[in-house]
Ligand binder design. Structure first.
Ligand SMILES: Nc1ncnc2c1ncn2[C@@H]1O[C@H](COP(=O)(O)OP(=O)(O)OP(=O)(O)O)[C@@H](O)[C@H]1O
Ligand SMILES: [Mg+2]
Length: 207
């Protein structure tokens, strides 16, 4: 499915996507948060980009762990430690591996989702990135079990992630900064669920 080189290519493309969507993600964070999600993501992945040349030839675990540590150390907002833990735990799941197959990918994603649940003390239906992450993982697991191709599995994940991100408009946030606005958050899409959907879209686009 992907080797170390491909993973580096994906991380680079995610950085470019975060830069491209910086303003939009920040706009989404305006009514329910503090208008910094796009800035946070672009800053974090900007720092990651600086680390990429040094990661050439390294195993997938090392690459993902470095991405996670860089996000934690450069992003001040909640999303830094959350995405940071997700990438670090994903890296641990892929320790020493130069290549991943669909089974590796799905168990790595499961580890990443659990990392966010633990770190954020959150679950689905709380209007966070988990509302994109959890249903997309489920959709990918189901598609893989049905014997779909890598591309089809990823596309199913992307579709479910966007549906989950859209669904956050119907939810009153109970975690993070968005919980402060209560019902006034209704009708607004969660920025973290949106950035996650873009990330998975990048992965699918490169499969
Ligand atoms: N406890 C949590 N569990 C899971 N996801 C969360 C949690 N808190 C916030 N999030 C996610 O983080 C996103 C906000 O990220 P952002 O980069 O804007 O940080 P922030 O909330 O502004 O952080 P801070 O308040 O520390 O500045 C939300 O849209 C949501 O998806
Ligand atoms: Mg914010």
């Amino acid at each position: 499915m992907a080797d170390s080189k491909k993973v580096l290519e994906i991380i680079k493309a995610i950085g470019a996507k975060m830069e491209e969507k910086k303003e939009y993600l920040t706009e989404l964070d305006q009514p329910i948060g503090d208008s910094d999600h796009g800035i946070n993501m672009a800053r974090g992945f900007g720092a990651v980009e600086g680390k990429l040349p040094g990661l050439e030839g390294k195993d997938i675990g090392t690459i993902l762990k470095t991405v996670g540590m860089t996000l934690v150390s450069t992003v001040g907002g909640a999303s830094g430690p959350l995405y940071g833990s997700a990438y670090m735990k994903a890296g641990m799941a892929m320790a020493g591996k130069e290549e991943m197959d669909m089974d590796d990918f799905l168990s790595m994603m499961k580890t990443a989702v659990e990392a966010v649940e633990q770190r954020g003390k959150a679950t689905v239906e709380e209007a966070t990135m988990l509302d994109a992450m959890v249903p997309s993982l489920k959709a990918m697991e189901e598609a893989a079990a049905e014997g779909k191709t890598t591309k089809e599995v990823l596309d199913a994940g992307v579709q479910a992630a966007w549906a989950g991100a859209g669904h956050t408009k119907d939810l009153v946030a109970t975690k993070g900064r968005a919980s402060y606005v209560g019902e006034r958050g209704l009708g607004h899409q969660d920025p973290g669920a949106t950035s996650y959907s873009y990330m998975l879209e990048v992965v699918a686009g490169l499969m």
